[in-house]
Design a binder for this molecule. Sequence first.
Ligand code: NAP
Ligand code: F7E
Length: 342
Amino acid sequence: MTKKALIAGITGQDGSYLAELLLNKGYEVHGLIRRASTFNTSRIDHLYVDPHDPQAKLFLHYGDLSDGARLVTLLHEIDPDEVYNLAAQSHVRVSFDEPEHTGNTTGIGAIRLLEAVRMSGVKCRYYQASSSEMFGATPPPQSELTPFYPRSPYGAAKVYAYWVTKNYREAYDMFAVNGILFNHESPRRGETFVTRKITRAVARIKAGVQQHVYMGNLDATRDWGYAPEYVEGMWRMLQADEPDDFVLGTGTPYTVRDFLVTAFEHAGLDWEKHVRFDERYLRPTEVDALIADASKAHEKLGWKAIVQPDELARIMVDADIEALECEGRPWIDQVNLEGWIK
Ligand code: NAP
Ligand code: F7E
């Protein structure tokens, strides 16, 4: 029997890698996409096959996490075996500008999808994209047992989504899990997250089309891993015998400054000549340090991050230099996870 998965957030960084992974495993993949006045499917265009083609395995449906009735209808229609909730307003700085929208999508959106699963009566497993931002001010290392102390409307919304996921597991015996993922990046990362902002700027500075990049707090420490490895972890959580919550991360501390140095050096540039400060990029409350203790995922799922932050920076710089050379090309970077497991 072909397994069916529904991905909310399929047009995002993780959604696109997860869709690839599941299609490669033989799944029929359904994705929730938002109606927009411009195309918003660039990360998955390379996967799309006309639905009239008998080979088609990827199907897209209009919907939005703010529209609960639509979610119930889709659950009935698709009858998936697995539901991945990756949809969110996912930018921490933006969540201070749009706190209500962030709460509605990133927080309440999760319970709309959980409730749609419950009301439709569909028997499926549910993955919630929880975040290390929930730990916020609690010092590292952070594991599944670390108390939450969110420092942004985004982090607070993710805490709500985390707890309703756990509550639906306990209240309705649902196979519902939280993947508490630390920062993970790739050439498909949104251009306003710090890693991609840096690597894109490096490529443009090297090509002579930009001279400076304006940044905020360079002292923040993050635990940056490689997104394709993390979607494998999501899938493994839904294949486990029992529903449980897992932290995924590299365990390697790296500051924004470290990432800048590695990225600029890789392109043969001196970062201090090109980086300028702009207070616009500071946050009202910052998360100083996130460093994962992902030992539970290693022990129970056999999952371990391989690509470390320095290699990640180099992968992203190379991809941005190449992308600039052939601007306008679709997302065709290929992921090779051979030899990666354990
Ligand atoms: P992303 O690139 O920002 O993608 C977010 C996805 O959510 C996009 O497909 C977006 O659609 C969709 N979306 C936004 N609002 C929606 C709504 N109201 N209804 C339906 N869909 C909506 O995020 P990502 O980096 O792939 O992350 C995936 C998930 O993991 C997110 O929930 C994020 O908060 C969480 N997370 C990410 C990280 C990380 O480091 N990447 C770490 C921990 C947790 P459009 O394309 O139309 O905007
Ligand atoms: O910031 C600092 C900024 O926006 C990282 C999301 O995927 O990971 C992500 O959230 C750090 C922060 O990611 C700039 O202050 C300095 O300390 O790339 P970011 P984030 O806030 O860590 C978590 C786990 C998620 O769940 C989120 O969805 O970099 N920083 N200067 C800057 N950040 C940005 N964006 N831009 C700057 O110019």
